[in-house]
Ligand binder design. Structure first.
Ligand SMILES: [Zn+2]
Length: 399
């Protein structure tokens, strides 16, 4: 089975993507979208969408990388608005879950693993995605393999975006992605295999379902559910910018923010509703003020560059103990494909520690009630999303 995974060239995180996608349905507010995605007959389309992007890696075709990003996904969305069925819609929500989960997981969880597992799997070139996927499957159960399906229009949509790919290639990649899910499920049943993966990424595997770890997997599902409401709005003809910031980590009002400069723990993340133009994310459009109202020196980076959603804010000299901060997103940030954000958004966090204010879920989505912020309980079911970092074509970290 190890050989099979090696031959596939990936086995990364697809079980995690399925888990997050299904969990995100539960996280949606009651309404039409939740009703649609909860339907049993939609499940195969939703799950196929969630695994589809990584199938491209298995067959070495760029269709997979393209499917991770809004440039392709929103082209599909536009087509759905004219000609799509419910099955196409469910597939789109699977696709967008995958894209958003990869970005948020990599920018927050993986960045920590790179520090804490530096002498282990990262030193030997092992795949964190594969390791965490096996750990997840062993703790929460194996994924499921839906019958291969993708929208018939895809070869045409890819061609319109300048990429020729035939239906046979898409079918082959999707089939291999399903095989990877099955393989991870088999490995997860083997204690020796699980222990081997744990040894390669001890921190990542030990924290994959840990409630106290920043941006834990249930948090991922919350982020995806928040993003899905943006996608739902765009399907209805809106611009998806009603709430341009869909989440911040730490959440608004959260305490116990770690202090140390240069550590992924002190980094603050802002997740936007649409892919950004990374050139427009400059020090004057995102500022951090201390309690005296003075600007704090920070480094800004759009994780994965233009077209992506996550901005990381790192304090150049660390945060001060027992201090409160206010982050302001000023008007002027541009999306990669047109609209400029015109509304100011602010949120606050603190380095103070009170008995009530532990780090907890560390996941503030816009719709998260204040009572649930900063509590570890909200993350008790957490699991992570994963991707194969090395296979990313787009990686322009502006930090
Ligand atoms: Zn992926």
């Amino acid at each position: 089975m190890l050989l099979l995974l090696a031959q596939l060239g990936f086995a990364n995180g697809l079980t995690s993507h399925q888990w997050i996608t299904l969990q995100a349905v539960d996280e949606l507010p009651e309404g039409e979208l939740k009703d649609l995605l909860s339907r049993d007959d939609m499940r195969p389309y939703l799950l196929n969408g969630a695994l589809f992007p990584d199938g491209g890696y298995a067959v070495g075709d760029d269709y997979g990388e393209m499917a991770h990003w809004e440039l392709f996904q929103m082209d599909f969305l536009d087509w759905i608005r004219v000609s799509g069925t419910d099955a196409d819609k469910a597939f789109l929500f699977g696709l967008t879950s995958h894209g958003m989960a990869d970005q948020t997981f990599d920018s927050m969880f993986m960045e920590r693993s790179k520090v804490y597992d530096a002498d282990y799997g990262w030193a030997s070139g092992a795949s964190m995605d594969e390791a965490t996927d096996v750990a997840l499957a062993s703790q929460l159960g194996a994924g499921e393999v839906p019958d291969v399906w993708f929208p018939e229009v895809f070869p045409q949509l890819y061609a319109e975006q300048g990429h020729e790919v035939d239906a046979e290639t898409l079918e082959q990649g999707t089939g291999l992605a399903g095989l990877a899910i099955r393989a991870v499920g088999v490995m997860a049943e083997n204690p020796d295999a699980v222990a081997g993966y744990d040894a390669k990424f001890p921190w990542a595997n030990a924290h994959i379902a840990d409630a106290g770890t920043r941006c834990s997997p249930l948090c991922e599902a919350k982020l995806v559910a928040a993003y899905w409401q943006v996608i739902g709005d765009r399907l209805d003809g809106g611009d998806g910018l009603g709430s341009p910031v869909i989440a911040t980590v730490p959440g608004d009002g959260e305490q116990a923010q770690p202090l140390e400069a240069g550590s992924p723990e002190s980094t603050v993340a802002v997740v936007f509703a649409r892919g950004l133009n990374s050139e427009s994310v400059t020090p004057n459009v995102i500022t951090v003020a201390d309690m005296a109202g003075a600007d704090v020196l920070v480094d800004l980076g759009v994780f994965y560059g233009s077209g992506s959603h996550v901005v990381l804010i790192a304090p150049q000299q660390g945060w001060e103990p027992e201090s409160d901060y206010v982050v302001t997103i000023h008007p002027g940030i541009m999306t990669y494909d047109g609209p400029t954000l015109t509304e100011e958004t602010t949120f606050g966090f603190s380095t103070r520690t009170t008995p009530e204010g532990d780090l907890g879920c560390a996941c503030g989505t816009a719709d998260l009630p204040a009572s649930r912020r900063g509590t570890g309980m909200a993350c008790a079911l957490s699991i992570a999303a994963t991707i194969a970092l090395g296979r990313r074509r787009v990686f322009i970290d502006t930090r």
